[in-house]
Design a protein around this ligand. Structure first.
Ligand code: PEP
Ligand code: MG
Length: 412
């Protein structure tokens, strides 16, 4: 039987230039799985702790001090690897060793196993035979915590090429819209310098509505019909605007202060006006009832939980009970371990909650989430459009398209 022969961690850097950890798991002294850990800027309160006390060095020490506990384990036995990490950490949220420890070792183990068996990673993550490409959801314009002062309050405007018949066509549409939006913004705003947000979307000094109008115009200029060839989506990351003390959403740029009820009206109006297909974290992370109102009103829109559900099966169960969303983000490092993230995905699929596997705003050049998105039956893969750390995932999808095992694009 294949066995892990060594585990080794090191400090590397993410797309924001922040320190992160990378872990090599080696099977049979030969097959290397290597994973580095991304980081969020708008982090949900119920996510696990990425690094103990925010210190990657502490996480690294924990990995290197405990590496021998993984030697001899089967790299395919995700449950056993997960339980070994749990035993070492002994907390609910990885505050001792960091969720990054669990993230890097679980993904690296599976990657190492895939190399041992000479199959692609998605192939060891699932035994389903019907696999499809998720639609790549691309960030074309950024604001909120992902961009500078003066940019829109909405954290992300996203392009979804749901009319595409192939993954190459889908990613090319995203590149085209991103490129054309730059032209639209140059014409609209003389101060626009071509600056970009953390995820590579443009970061102009305009308000929410202007940003959405410019995005629609970019699609129209290219001849794409909104609602047919492509649609826009948004991530409001509403917990970043929510002021608990005053019970209001504070929109600094648009100078709005909205109650919960007004927020629902505001979001409903945006969905209607811009034919949005996707709305993430429309209300704050504790507002399960408000989210269920939107889910009920818009059954054909992806009403998506991110900070709401934080890749946590127990919280997802609560959201399902209250019908708070019809879609949920899967970010492995919100859960820490790939084992827990896959359990979350199974539960979502069983309950018709559409999965959107997602990158983080602080990314690495790794591309495993392309495989995780396919193997979990994700409807969309939120991976950005430009920037090396985003394109690495897009290019992995192109490589994966060379396998006959994937049967075209998922249908929404
Ligand atoms: C998000 O909120 O969906 C996101 C990708 O941002 P972050 O990684 O900052 O949470
Ligand atoms: Mg989000």
């Amino acid at each position: 039987m294949q066995k892990i022969t060594s585990v080794r961690g090191r400090l590397v850097y993410d797309s924001r230039g922040n320190k992160t950890i990378e872990v090599d798991v080696i099977t049979d002294n030969e097959y290397v799985g290597r994973t580095s850990v991304p980081a969020g800027a708008s982090v949900g309160r119920n996510e696990v702790i990425n690094f103990p006390n925010g210190e990657p060095e502490k996480c690294l020490d924990a990995i290197n001090n405990n590496s021998s506990k993984f030697v001899g384990l089967d790299p395919m036995d995700l449950k056993c690897i997960h339980e070994t990490i749990r035993e070492i950490d002994n907390t609910d949220n990885y505050s001792n060793v960091g969720g990054a420890f669990a993230f890097a070792i679980t993904i690296s183990s599976m990657e190492s196993a895939s190399k041992f068996f000479h199959v692609p990673l998605f192939n060891v993550l699932t035994n389903k035979s019907k696999l499809e490409f998720p639609i790549p959801l691309g960030n074309i314009l950024g604001g909120g915590l992902h961009a500078g002062i003066g940019t829109p309050d909405i954290q992300e405007i996203l392009i979804c090429p749901h009319g595409s018949k192939s993954i190459r066509n889908a990613v090319e549409i995203n590149f085209n819209v991103h490129r054309e939006l730059q032209n639209v913004l140059y014409q609209k705003n003389l101060n626009f310098t071509g600056g970009r947000s953390d995820e590579g979307g443009w970061a102009p000094e305009i308000n929410n509505e202007e940003a959405l109008e410019a995005s629609c115009k970019a699609c129209e200029n290219l001849g794409y019909v909104l609602g047919k060839d492509v649609s826009l989506g948004i991530d409001l990351a509403s917990s970043t605007q929510w002021d608990q003390k005053h019970e209001k959403y504070i929109y600094k740029h648009n100078q709005l202060q909205l109650t919960q009820e007004q927020q629902i009206e505001f979001v409903s109006d945006l969905i209607d006006r811009y034919k949005l297909i996707y709305v993430e974290d429309a209300t704050h992370q504790d507002s399960f009832d408000a989210m269920s109102e939107l889910t009920n009103t818009f059954p054909n829109v992806f009403i998506t939980g991110d900070d709401l559900t934080v890749t946590n099966k127990r919280i997802l169960e609560h959201a399902i009970k209250l019908k708070s969303c019809n879609a949920a983000i899967l970010k492995v490092n919100q859960a820490g371990s790939l084992y827990d993230a896959l359990k979350f995905a199974q539960h979502a699929n069983k309950n018709n909650i559409k999965i959107i596997t997602s990158h983080r705003s602080g990314e690495t050049i790794d591309s495993q989430i392309a495989h995780i998105g396919i193997s979990t039956g994700s409807k969309m893969l939120k991976i950005g459009v430009v920037g090396g750390e985003r394109v690495s995932k897009i290019n992995e999808l192109i490589r994966i398209s060379e396998y006959d095992l994937i049967h075209g694009m998922t249908q929404l």
